[in-house]
Design a protein around this ligand. Structure first.
Ligand code: UD1
Length: 390
C-alpha cells in the first residue's frame, strides 16, 4: 500500500456542493491537527454558489474559506463535469499535491478524480463503496467511477467493502472508518437553532406550530422526484396528505422550487399546512431534524442524520445506497407510494415509529481515524522512498 501515496505537496481537499461541506469540515480539522501530515489546500469547484447553499454552511461548520474557487456554476452534467476538469487541471499542476481528497458522490467528486488519475496523483475517496444499484441516479455513476479511480477508499458502513470487493478493488486500499457526516452532526448539535426561531426569522408565524402536535420536515431534490411534472405532482399530493395530519416544514432546494412553479403545481401547496422556507443553514437544519416527529426526504445525508438522531425517516425513493440506515436505523423506503406513506405516518404518530440504533463507528471520530491512517500510509511511503534512495 505504501507505494501508492507519495509525500510531496499539500493535501488537495475538494468541495463542490452542499453535502460535501459537512463531510470535509471534520477532515480539514483532523488533518490540521497532525504535524506528520502535509498542509491542506481547500479547493471549491463552485458547483454550488448561492449564499444559502454555500457560504452560510461554511460559517456554521467552521470550515475555512476555500483557498481557491473554480467558479464553475450550474450546467448540464456533461458541461459541469467537463468545466470542473478543465479548470482543475492547471490547479493540480501548480499544487503538485501528495494526494487529492474527495468526498461523497457529486459531480465535483468525479471530475476532480478523473483529472487526478490521468496526472498520476493519488486519490483518497471518503464515503466510498455506497451503491444504490440504480444507474439512473447521476450520483451512482459518480460513486462507481470515483471508486475505480481511487487509491485509498474510506467507508462508512460494512456493506461498502463487499460492494467494492465485487468491483475488483483490493482490500488493502479499503478502510472502514465510520461516518464523517456524523462527526459534524455530533460536534455541532449543541448549537442547533430552535425550529421556532427559524420559522419566525423566515416570517412564518409561531401559530404554525400552535397545535402542539409537533411537525414533520421535508427535503426533496432528486431528479427522479422533482424533474418531471407527474412525479413532482405525485410527491406534492403525498405531502398534502401528510400535512393534513401534521404540519410540515420544507426548506426547498432551488431546483425543486423552480420546478414547482414551472410545472404549474404551486396551487397544490397553497392551502396545505406546509411552511416553505429557503434553503437553511446547517445549524437551522440540525434544529429542524432533531425536533421533528418524522422526516420525509430523498437526500442521502439526511437518511444518515435521522438515523444518528433516532428520528423516523421516510425516504421517498425506491432504493438507498445506505442500507445500514434501514437495517439498523430509523429509515424506511416509501417511494412515492401514497398508501405506504399513510401507513408509516399512522404508525409514527401512534407509536413514535421505528426505534433503531446508531451504526458502528458513527461516533464522531471518523475524521480522526482517516487522518491517522493517511499519515501512516504517507509516512510508510516516505520511508520506502528513503530506503530506495539509500
Ligand atoms: C447536487 C448533487 C447532489 C446533491 C445536491 C445537494 C450532483 C450530480 N448532484 O445536486 O448529489 O445531493 O447537489 O444540493 O452533483 N442551483 C442554485 N444555486 C446553487 C446551486 C444550484 O440555484 O447554489 C440550482 C441551479 O438551477 C442548478 C440546479 O440548482 O441548475 C442544480 O444544481 P446542481 O449542482 O447541478 O445539482 P443539485 O441538484 O444541487
Amino acid at each position: 500500500m505504501g507505494e501508492i501515496l507519495r509525500l510531496r505537496g499539500p493535501l488537495a481537499c475538494i468541495v463542490g456542493a452542499r453535502p460535501n461541506y459537512m463531510k470535509m469540515a471534520p477532515l480539514v480539522r483532523a488533518f490540521g491537527a497532525r504535524s506528520d501530515l502535509p498542509g491542506v489546500v481547500l479547493v471549491h469547484t463552485g458547483q454550488h454558489y448561492d449564499v444559502a447553499m454555500n457560504e452560510r454552511l461554511f460559517v456554521d461548520l467552521d470550515l475555512p474559506k476555500p483557498d481557491m474557487n473554480l467558479q464553475v456554476g450550474s450546467a448540464s452534467h456533461a458541461l459541469q463535469t467537463a468545466e470542473i476538469m478543465r479548470r482543475f487541471e492547471p490547479v493540480l499542476d501548480e499544487l503538485e499535491p501528495s494526494c487529492v481528497v474527495v468526498v461523497g458522490d457529486v459531480n465535483s467528486t468525479l471530475a476532480c478524480s478523473l483529472v487526478a488519475s490521468k496526472k498520476g496523483t493519488p486519490i483518497v475517496h471518503v464515503e466510498a463503496g455506497l451503491r444504490s444499484f440504480d444507474r439512473g441516479m447521476p450520483e451512482e455513476i459518480n460513486r462507481l467511477l470515483t471508486d475505480q479511480l481511487a487509491d485509498v477508499l474510506y467507508t462508512t458502513e460494512r456493506a461498502a467493502a463487499s460492494n467494492l470487493a465485487r468491483e475488483g478493488i483490493s482490500a488493502d486500499r479499503i478502510r472502514f472508518v465510520g461516518n464523517v457526516m456524523i462527526d459534524s452532526l455530533l460536534q455541532h448539535l449543541k448549537r442547533a437553532v430552535s425550529p421556532l426561531d427559524t420559522l419566525v426569522r423566515e416570517g412564518v408565524g409561531a401559530a404554525f406550530l400552535a397545535d402542539q402536535a409537533g411537525f414533520g420536515v421535508v427535503t426533496l431534490h432528486r431528479p427522479s422526484n422533482v424533474d418531471q411534472p407527474e412525479s413532482l405532482r405525485e410527491a406534492l399530493v403525498i405531502l398534502r396528505d401528510v400535512a393534513a395530519r401534521l404540519p410540515l416544514i420544507w426548506p426547498i432546494h432551488p431546483r425543486t422550487r423552480g420546478n414547482v412553479d414551472l410545472f404549474g403545481l404551486s396551487s397544490l401547496l397553497a392551502d396545505a399546512r406546509i411552511a416553505l422556507l429557503p434553503p437553511q443553514g446547517y445549524l437551522e437544519t440540525l434544529g429542524l431534524l432533531t425536533n421533528a416527529r418524522l422526516v420525509l426526504t430523498d437526500s442521502g445525508g439526511i437518511q444518515e442524520e435521522t438515523t444518528a438522531l433516532a428520528v423516523p425517516c421516510l425516504t421517498m425513493r425506491d432504493n438507498t445506497e445506505r442500507p445500514v440506515t434501514i437495517e439498523q436505523g430509523t429509515n424506511t423506503l416509501v417511494g412515492r407510494n401514497r398508501d405506504a406513506v399513510r401507513t408509516c405516518v399512522d404508525e409514527i404518530l401512534r407509536t413514535g415509529g421505528k426505534r433503531g440504533r446508531v451504526p458502528e463507528l458513527w461516533d464522531g471520530r471518523a475524521a480522526e481515524r482517516i487522518a491517522f491512517d493517511l499519515s501512516r500510509r504517507l509516512g510508510q511511503s516516505a520511508r520506502d522512498a528513503e530506503r530506495v534512495r539509500a
